[in-house]
Design a protein around this ligand. Structure first.
Ligand code: HEM
Length: 142
């Protein structure tokens, strides 16, 4: 029987290349989501958001595969900081995802969505920066 561990690299793509590609794709979709959100082009906005969430999922999958190849503890204090931030950011995504449709229907003030949306975007940048710092400080396992 084939066992597919969560951390197995998808499609045999090297995790470093896959992670970088998925991360850049996610950033592109998030920029699209922010621009269309600000312009109130909600149809395009919702599509960019869905694409960003899907590509973020792929990036996290590659990141888990990367974690198997590196001794992350060797990076020191930045490792728990990044891992905590990454989990918190994933949870904060629920805020704009839930409030977007509610703001669209006029059930809640749109400011509630805007606050969560910008917080999720700022936390994504912080998680990316600390993640890169962590990988730079980590040692690749033999
Ligand atoms: C992670 C998910 C999401 C992010 C990061 C996000 C981000 C944003 C951003 C940056 C804005 C512009 C805010 C501003 O003008 O300062 C916005 C506006 C908006 N978004 Fe989202 N969004 C998300 C999900 C959704 C979803 C699923 C919907 C559902 C239709 C939605 C509906 C809207 C609407 C209606 C506005 C205009 C609000 C207004 O009138 O001020 N968003 N969003």
């Amino acid at each position: 029987m084939i066992e597919l561990g969560l951390a197995d690299p998808p499609l045999g793509i090297p995790p470093e290349a896959g992670f970088l590609a998925a991360l850049l794709t996610t950033v592109g979709f998030l920029i699209g989501a922010a621009i269309t959100g600000r312009r109130r082009r909600i149809g395009a906005h919702a599509r960019f958001v869905l694409a960003a969430v899907a590509s973020l999922g792929v990036a996290i999958w590659f990141a888990l595969a990367l974690g198997e190849l590196y001794d992350l503890e060797a990076a020191g204090d930045i490792t728990p900081i990044h891992l905590g931030l990454a989990r918190a950011t994933t949870a904060v995504y629920l805020w704009p995802l839930l409030t977007g449709p509610l703001a669209y229907k006029g059930l809640i003030p749109s400011g509630v969505h805007r606050t969560g949306a910008w917080l999720a975007l700022v936390m994504t940048v912080a998680a990316t920066v600390t993640g890169v710092m962590m990988l730079l400080g980590a040692e690749r396992l033999p």
